[in-house]
Design a protein around this ligand. Structure first.
Ligand code: ADP
Ligand code: MG
Length: 628
């Protein structure tokens, strides 16, 4: 039996342990080093990675640099220039300044730093590997700091094992770089992956331009500005119009005192602010900058997790909620609740004159949209399901109201492959059931604009029209997929999608599956893709919106098997196809039911909701006490 002995851990071991907290993966290295560059007052920062950052990370800035005699100090644990007294600690800890980043990163990599302060004649080159110093020399260099991190976790194989594929690590890095670029519109960011430029922001403070770079043109076009101030907080930024609603929370971005954060309170305030403007299960795009007295923000629980707590929770909640509502209402998206597409001209001038003009947004330098009174009022876009009577076929229907007339895909969609004219596309024209079966369904009518009642074989059925429609389309699509008879329709001219780098990589990964369902999508340079064709069912849908929504669904964690992916893409397509066709005539509903009841499983829509509920004659009789 060996005696247990107590030993003092070596500095290297302590640093390695500390590194475990700060340095999880390449993305955390990029975050720490870039934040240092920001703190150093840089106006331009270049971030380069190779192999997902596992072999190579280089951050170059033009900030204040580190004086030669302090370079060694910077790599000591708890060495920081940002903290002078213990009293500062609570304040400063909020922002994650703990003087641990450089020492931690140096402990688990091969690191080289070149740095020069503006007033020094020469700079310093410092090499440190696995926490032990290798070189310190004088060198000619431009002002600023370059840090090169090679072979992360080379000396901690257990940690290296937790790294995912380079592509996946690169996605994490890209995400961090995007967050940092969004947090600091006044700094120019350049980001390269394996020598390829992935992001460039000019640093001119124009938020719209950054949104364009990161989220693509489609997003950048549909924004409303926010500027709202209370005693507690000043809120500025941009938020998405209801037209660019998304399927998950990933696009709710907010920054507290210049830091990208996550907060349940904020998410709730944002979503409640949009209440009534968005359909259920839809989430907005936001980019909100909150300036709060830092004593009102509670210290972080963990520096790498971005959860925050606020004092004055209620006040903050209300401020955010109101900031959003004010901007959405100010925009006067719906001048009239009626869903006519022609706004009387007197109405237009009315609305325009009501608009106040707003100050230049000081922080971001964005001009409020409402500063352009000559701007023609957009055609009203309903925030809710459009309940106009649109009669099928969708191909000849009016625009569904989910997108602007000029984007109306029906204008530019033509059918390819088999010759299918608009009659054949009509969803419910194809007789499938035998006349005998058809005769046995008796359609009674519709209630609440949603449910169809029918009598069929000694039972009363209540069918959810949307779910039924989705189900029928889905089964048709899958049937054709199995028979390899996919039908597509051309989108002419092709629609160009400008995606975030994350969405672009999801798109690349699943291009083949998209094509198996009937899409024709091609890379179009950078993070852009061209949609050349969509599945036949999507007649009358905005291809861009559909693909965006599908990517949102694919980005959610879950089953990643090929079948699951296929299923997601197919069911999203069907869900979208249904949106365009809200109101069915009696006849159309009859045909829908005919087709539904012939399916193998007519009882659930592709998303798992029930399509119908059934009450047997016996059950009804019992309720009326005819049968006991
Ligand atoms: P912290 O950022 O918490 O102070 P770090 O370990 O990240 O701790 O950095 C230690 C110190 O090194 C910083 O306080 C700063 O003085 C200096 N430093 C690090 N990176 C840079 C940089 N890019 N430019 C100038 N100084 C830097
Ligand atoms: Mg730091």
């Amino acid at each position: 039996m060996s005696l247990r002995s107590i030993e003092v851990l070596s500095k290297e071991t302590i640093d390695k342990i500390a590194a475990g907290e700060v340095v999880e993966r390449p993305a955390s290295v990029v975050k720490e080093l870039t934040e240092n560059a920001i703190d150093a007052g840089s106006t331009a920062i270049t971030i380069e990675i190779r192999d997902g950052g596992t072999t190579f990370i280089r951050i170059t800035d033009n900030g204040e640099g580190i004086p030669t005699d302090q370079v060694r100090l910077a790599f000591l644990r708890h060495a920081t220039s940002k903290l002078r007294a213990v009293e500062d600690l609570s304040l400063i800890a909020t922002l994650g300044f703990r003087g641990e980043a450089l020492s931690s990163i140096a402990a688990v990599s091969q690191l080289e730093m070149i740095t020069k302060t503006p007033d020094a004649l020469t700079g310093t080159r410092y090499v440190i590997e696995g926490g032990s110093e290798k070189e310190l020399e004088e060198i000619g260099a431009p002002s600023g700091t370059t840090i090169l991190v090679r072979n992360l976790f080379y000396n901690t194989p257990a940690r290296a094992k937790f790294l995912r594929t380079p592509a996946s690590e690169a996605n994490h890095v890209a995400q961090i770089v995007e967050e940092l670029a969004l947090s600091h519109p006044e700094i120019s960011f350049k980001y390269l992956q394996n020598g390829q430029s992935k992001l460039f922001t000019s640093g001119n403070g124009q938020m719209k331009e950054i949104v364009y770079q990161i989220f693509g043109r489609d997003m950048a076009r549909e924004l409303v500005s926010v500027d709202y101030e209370t005693e507690l907080v000043h809120i500025t930024g941009l938020i998405g119009k209801p037209t660019i609603a998304r399927a998950n929370r990933n696009f709710e971005n907010y920054f507290v005192n210049g830091r990208y954060v996550k907060s349940k309170l904020m998410a709730k305030a944002i979503e409640d602010g949009y209440h009534g403007f968005l359909m259920q299960h839809k989430f907005p795009f936001t980019l909100l900058y909150l300036e709060i007295d830092s004593t009102q923000v509670d210290v972080n629980v963990h520096p790498t997790k971005m959860e925050l707590r606020f004092s004055h929770q209620d006040d903050l909640y209300h401020a955010v909620c109101l900031a959003i509502q004010n901007s959405l209402i100010r925009k006067e998206r719906i001048p009239d609740v009626s869903l006519t597409s022609n706004v009387p001209s007197d109405k237009v001038s009315d609305v325009v004159s009501k608009k106040k003009s707003f100050d230049l947004n000081k922080q971001t330098g964005i001009r409020s949209d409402s500063e352009q009174p000559s701007h023609p009022l957009p055609a009203p876009e309903p925030f809710e399901y459009n309940r106009r009577a649109i009669h099928l076929p969708a191909s000849v229907a009016e625009p569904s109201g989910l997108y602007k007339p000029d984007q109306r895909p029906t204008d530019r969609v033509s059918v390819e492959k088999k010759q299918v004219n608009s009659e054949q596309i009509n969803l419910f024209n194809t007789p499938i059931l035998s006349p005998a079966a058809r005769d046995s369904i008796r359609m009674i009518g519709q209630v609440f604009d949603t449910y169809w009642l029918m009598e069929y074989k000694n039972a009363l059925y209540m069918v959810d029209q949307h779910a039924a429609h989705e189900k029928v389309l889905y089964e048709r699509l899958m049937k054709r997929y199995r028979k390899q008879e996919i039908l597509s329709q051309m989108v002419a001219p092709p629609a160009v999608l400008n995606l975030s780098s994350k969405d672009a990589s999801i798109m690349e990964t699943h291009l083949k599956t998209f094509s198996e369902i009937g899409y024709e999508i091609e890379p179009f340079g950078g993070n852009s893709f061209q949609i050349r064709a969509v599945p036949l069912e999507l007649f009358g849908q905005s291809p861009e919106q559909l693909v965006h929504e599908t990517l949102d669904t694919l980005s959610e964690p879950g089953d990643n098997s090929p079948e699951a992916i296929l299923d997601k893409i197919a069911s999203m397509a069907c869900k979208a196809a249904v949106k365009g066709n809200q109101t069915l005539s009696f006849k159309e509903a009859e045909k829908l039911m005919d087709e539904l009841i012939t399916l193998e499983n007519p009882y659930n829509c592709p998303h798992g909701r029930p399509t119908m509920i059934r009450m047997s004659r016996a059950e009804i009789d019992r309720k009326f006490k005819r049968l006991i």
